[in-house]
Design a protein around this ligand. Structure first.
Ligand SMILES: Cc1cc2nc3c(=O)[nH]c(=O)nc-3n(C[C@H](O)[C@H](O)[C@H](O)COP(=O)(O)OP(=O)(O)OC[C@H]3O[C@@H](n4cnc5c(N)ncnc54)[C@H](O)[C@@H]3O)c2cc1C
Length: 282
């Protein structure tokens, strides 16, 4: 199918993009990598009157390590982050997740900002952002604001972004030598969206784990923390943690599998991620 007709504008700056979004003449949509948006236009799941292209805005892409934080510009392509030595060293959970996103062609165009803004419940990066306790920088008509990952994902494809907002960057705590991360997902074929996935992050504390955060994806409308499982696993009780998932998660049946299968897979993935979390990083 072909998309409904739309007008096109190339934003010159973030402020210009916000201004264009605020035009009262109908629905406008931002275009980043286009890897999700163009498909929804072609299938006529969405029919904006205006596409605002972010790709010409300088300074919106790039990875900077600032003290204890890693800042990733919204327009940074998945492929650029995948090849980044800074991401490998300072954001190892993101490095583990990136190769699971689609295929090379998609990662060449798709952006980290687009992925987080789109907030597909089966996507890898929103769950990583939540597991890391990161934050999102947003520019809107009233200026800039920062929203914590815990408060960002509101519902199915719904986030703290308003209709006139641009996501400008994501910020993550930079990994220290005590940081432990783990990532696992189950997909029918490599590159497909996950049926179930899990991103985990913790701080090594003696023989145990502190500040443990487990974020599942593909099991609900948003990425979800498994808080009872976190408490059990932080106490070294893996079997108890797997059992606690019965309380933490309540996945519905979907086109990929039943909720019961997803729950079973969530336990399998927890065992894999727990093993990774117990291992020191090289
Ligand atoms: C075949 C295929 C397989 C894929 N598999 C996976 C996968 O396994 N895992 C996965 O996570 N993703 C997957 N994707 C999606 C891919 O990761 C996309 O790149 C991503 O979801 C959206 O990023 P984008 O830059 O392409 O955004 P776009 O498609 O340009 O935009 C997506 C949405 O986000 C909004 N948006 C974009 N940027 C901003 C911004 N800076 N501020 C506010 N709103 C913004 C747009 O308006 C639009 O509504 C797949 C895509 C395809 C085509």
């Amino acid at each position: 199918m072909k998309p409904s007709p739309f007008a096109y504008a190339k934003a010159k700056s973030v402020e210009h993009a916000v201004e264009l979004l605020a035009r009262p003449d109908g629905e406008a949509r931002l275009l980043a990598g286009g890897q999700s948006l163009i498909a929804t236009l072609n299938m006529r799941l969405s029919a904006p009157k205006l596409l605002i292209d972010l790709n010409g805005i300088g300074g919106l892409a790039g990875i900077v390590v600032k003290g204890a934080q890693v800042e990733i510009g919204a327009l940074t392509r998945h492929a650029e982050a995948e090849r980044s030595a800074d991401i490998a060293k300072h954001a190892p959970l993101i490095a583990l997740a990136l190769p699971h996103i689609g295929h090379a062609a998609i990662r060449n165009r798709g952006t980290l900002g687009g992925s987080v803004a789109f907030a597909d419940p089966a996507a890898e990066l929103p769950a990583c952002l939540l597991a890391l306790g990161g934050e999102v920088e947003i520019a809107g008509p009233k200026g800039k604001r920062t929203v914590k990952a815990d408060d960002f994902f509101k519902g199915l494809f719904e986030t703290a972004l308003g209709a006139h907002d641009v996501l400008t960057a994501i910020r993550l705590p930079a990994a220290s030598k005590d940081t432990r991360v783990g990532f696992a997902e189950f997909a029918r074929r490599h590159g497909d969206y996950a049926m179930v996935g899990l991103a985990g992050c913790a701080r090594a504390d003696g023989k145990g784990l502190a500040n443990l955060r487990l974020a599942y994806f593909g099991v609900g409308a948003t990425p979800l923390r498994a808080k009872k499982a976190e408490a059990a696993l932080a106490g070294g009780k893996l079997d108890e943690a797997v059992g606690a998932l019965a309380d933490d998660l309540d996945p519905s049946d979907d086109v990929q599998s039943t909720g019961a299968t997803k729950k079973h897979l969530a336990g399998v993935l927890l065992r894999r991620v727990a093993k990774q979390l117990m291992e020191a990083r090289p």
